[in-house]
Design a protein around this ligand. Structure first.
Ligand SMILES: NC(=O)C1=CN([C@@H]2O[C@H](COP(=O)(O)OP(=O)(O)OC[C@H]3O[C@@H](n4cnc5c(N)ncnc54)[C@H](OP(=O)(O)O)[C@@H]3O)[C@@H](O)[C@H]2O)[C@@H](O)CC1
Ligand SMILES: [K+]
Length: 494
């Protein structure tokens, strides 16, 4: 999905209204309605003992207007308190219209009066400022936002965490959102400077802007959202069989790192491939008995398992020894779609003359692994993203740089941000699951490998977004069931 600037968003909004495609109040109604649905969904995912009293904070502009619409939709379902920082006659015209529909439910107070109100709720809905924020928050607003952040209550920000400027800078204070509900299209501020630390999970809401306008709007980059994931998921035919769904071979594990192959294989098995073969040197077995395990494999390259596999993952937990080095070189020379993860990434520099390969390749490094590879390839960039881009173009491979907002570079150096996931992913074994998911999605023929890699990254992140337990207690054995849940939500009938 295209990322645009706040300025372009305002222009899109204005053109849509000016050309009478959709009336401005109708746009606000759609935005508020869809936000209220997402808030309801968020509440339904909280633990039963979690109270769900909503505090909706509305500012003077149309972001506040969205808040009044949300209040109208949710009042019958939750205990809702709505506060507005301005008197009604000081509001933008559309905000004023919507405020009048809920005025008996709403208190119009100066923001200094709101400080002791926020703790009377359990979930804050931030409709203070959106794309119209044009300067740093000061005075009462700054104090209010700092108090909200200090309260540690979950915050759902509508369109933008209030205080986040359009270039992603936060000169004074900005809401640290749990979720940001982006209206229309994602904005650059979510991805630049301080943006990633403030937006939380990103959800984009399509409120029906004309497709022509969206196509014409200048792009500031690409990001992958649930809407993209839905389009990218492959469908199955009535006569699918395990080979048409694809066979994926995973070469992983060592005596020491014997859990990594299990996580990768179990995650691959639920992600779409018809058959998963695990060649590993581990005493453990996958949870899923459908996975074919080759322990102490003979010459895997000469086996029919290799021959019939469309994709191969190498790396999770493997030991770098002569046997694996030789195997790696064979894989690079082969025509298999290849996912290279973990310590196998370290073997690329020694094989750099074998690139570009004749088949799709993706590497999935975290920052440290990327830095090591860049050094091995004599690529010097202090900026990691530049190094990732350089490597992608240089070797003609895809590079998935893992981080708080993972980025995936294609062979030409273009990239897309992933928008799912949270810090629960920062746990040992998480990357093994990611590599397994991508290998599974890459096991099909005639696919767009770049799109499927983005899909894999999105599914992986969404798994922990779907996890309803304490994030700090998330463990990687939960991936298979959570991946299934994510896939079901993206494609309920498949
Ligand atoms: N895009 C779309 O298509 C749709 C958009 N919609 C929604 O509208 C939102 C944009 O609305 P918007 O343009 O009215 O701006 P908004 O963010 O409410 O704030 C403007 C107000 O804030 C004030 N102000 C600014 N900075 C300030 C500061 N630091 N400290 C204090 N005050 C400050 C500024 O005052 P002024 O600068 O004049 O002093 C003005 O009063 C958008 O994000 C989305 O939620 C949907 O409803 C429907 C479809
Ligand atoms: K907001």
């Amino acid at each position: 999905m295209k990322i645009i600037s706040s300025e372009t968003m305002r222009d899109l909004d204005a053109r849509t209204i000016a050309n009478k495609r959709v009336a401005s109040l109708e746009l606000m109604e759609r935005a508020g309605k869809q936000c209220s649905e997402q808030i309801e969904l968020f509440c339904s995912q909280l633990a039963p003992h979690h109270k769900k009293r909503l505090i909706i904070l509305c500012g003077p502009g149309n972001n506040g207007g969205d808040g009044f619409v949300i209040a109208r939709y949710l009042t019958s379902k939750f205990e809702v308190k709505t506060y507005c920082t301005h008197k009604q006659d000081k509001l933008s015209p559309d905000a004023k219209t919507n405020s009048s529909k809920v005025s008996e439910l709403c208190e119009f107070e100066a923001s200094s009066q709101l400080l002791n109100k926020i703790t009377e709720g359990d979930i804050i809905i931030d409709c203070l400022f959106g794309t119209g924020l044009n300067r740093a928050l000061t005075g009462e607003y700054e104090t209010l936002v700092n108090s909200i952040n200090a309260s540690q209550l979950p915050v759902i920000s509508v369109d933008s965490p209030s205080g986040l400027l359009s270039d992603g800078q936060v000169p004074s204070a900005a809401i640290k959102a749990t979720i940001t509900l982006s209206i229309g299209l994602p904005k650059t501020s979510y991805f630049q400077n301080d943006g990633p630390a403030h937006v939380g999970s990103l959800i984009n809401l399509d409120i029906g802007f004309s497709k022509d306008y969206i196509t014409q709007a200048p792009s500031e980059g690409q990001a992958f959202f649930a809407q993209d994931a839905k389009k990218t998921l492959q469908s199955f035919t009535y006569n699918s069989h395990k080979y048409t769904r694809g066979q994926c071979l995973i070469i992983a594990g060592s005596e020491l790192y014997n859990g990594a192959p299990i996580i990768a294989a179990d995650s691959a098995a639920v992600s779409g491939a018809g058959m998963v073969i695990l060649a590993h040197e581990s005493l453990r077995t996958p949870q899923n008995p459908g996975i074919i395990c080759l322990t102490k494999p003979p010459d895997i390259i000469k086996s029919h398992f290799f021959e019939k596999s469309q994709s191969v993952l190498i790396g999770p937990g493997i030991e770098i020894n002569d046997k694996n080095k030789k195997l790696f070189t064979h894989l690079i020379k082969s025509d298999k779609a290849l996912v290279i993860d973990a310590s196998a990434i370290d073997l690329i520099a020694d094989n750099k003359t074998l690139f570009p390969r004749n088949a799709p390749t993706i590497i999935t490094p975290h920052a440290g692994e990327l830095q090591r590879l860049a050094k091995g390839l004599n690529i010097n960039h202090s900026d990691l993203s530049k190094a990732a881009q350089h490597i992608a173009q240089n070797l003609s491979i895809q590079v998935l740089l893992k981080g708080p907002q993972s980025k995936i570079y294609n062979e030409q150096g273009a990239f897309s941000y992933n928008t799912s996931g949270n810090w629960a992913l920062s746990t040992a074994g998480s990357g093994d699951a990611l590599a397994g998911i991508i290998a599974s999605l890459w096991a099909k023929k005639d696919i767009n490998y770049y799109e499927q890699a983005q899909l894999g990254c999105f599914i992986h992140g969404k798994s922990v977004d779907f996890y309803t337990g304490a994030k700090r207690s998330f463990t990687v054995d939960l991936f298979p069931s959570l991946i299934s849940k994510v896939l079901h939500s993206l494609s309920p009938l498949a």
